[in-house]
Design a protein. Sequence first.
Length: 392
Amino acid sequence: MKRRCLRPLGIFILVLPAMAVYAPIPEQEQGKLLTASVGASLYHDSNLFAARTGPVSTFVHELTPSLNLNASVSDQTFLSASYKLTLDYFDDRPGQKLVLSHDFDARLAHSFSPGSTVDFNDEYQIQGNPQSLLAGVPVNTDQSFKRNQFDGRGTMALSERTSVAVKARLIDYAYNNVTLANSIDHSENLVGLEGTFEVQPQIKLNADYRYQTVDYRTDGAANNKHSNFFLGGLSYAAARKLTLTLTAGAENRQRDGAGNVTAPSIELSAKYDYAQGSYLSAGYSYDLEETSNVVLYTDEKVNRFFVNVQHALGGSLTASGSMEILPSQLQGRAGVSPDRSETTDRFGLGLTWLAEKNWSVSATYDYDRVSSSDVTREYSRNRVGLNARYSY
């Protein structure tokens, strides 16, 4: 399944490690300073621009060379960086048929002591062929964009059981299409303070405060927002194979161009590692998120249900699947539009064969559908493909 390029707006979940600075890296990259890889794909997209009517259907030929660096600068400092170039050629695409995308990632982590660390991540994307598309835009509109996301976290141990963390997430969106840029280009900046107390080795409680600003480049007086989050939660390692986490509280959102609102904020997830290379994860969240039509709607209330599964079949074969269902309510602007109900469904399947340590071949299927009482936002989309990748 293809990785989605647009992450849900408004969600702030930092899972950077608190007890160590070395994150797991793929087996192909272990023990090497530099790892190069190249992938080639052929897939069919039934609705390239996510149009409600007159969909553009096309085969896509894709080439993805990449370079990854992983370096232990010292016993306490870890550095990683990567670059991926994606070249997509479309058999049937109006206008430009060869489209380029770029992904840059960098991470710097340092441990002052086992319980006191800092971790910084930055991801910059130039997406010519987005995998997650916007509902309700004009037919065949170029949705290419630039996006930068910076995550930072600093954790300090106050005692054997208590720690505090300061964290930040800064996101900036810039669309290439002038109409889209004038409508939805914006930045989301969020900072937070979190305290954690270890009740038992397997149970941790936390209290969390977050402050978020959403700033639009055009017509900010009608669209800008700022929010205060007050949250509490717990994590429970029920067994070595089972982990549960819950964060819940409230968001008080003040809108510059509309009425203020207080809404629940919930993040619930569970993961079960039931066998070597096999796991099942599921969760639910409730948030206020930005919308692709700021003229009619201020934002939307989103319920997000998800399930992910990976199962090692043996013989170097691994099957995976994902399902995401998002019942939501678009918040209409007073005197402009009523509230609208909308449901987004996403489903994906994958089968991967690790031919040897450096070779992998995968077959994928993805399905997206938006059902909405605002019929201009509805669309469905199927993608099926075959990919081969070699790392060296």
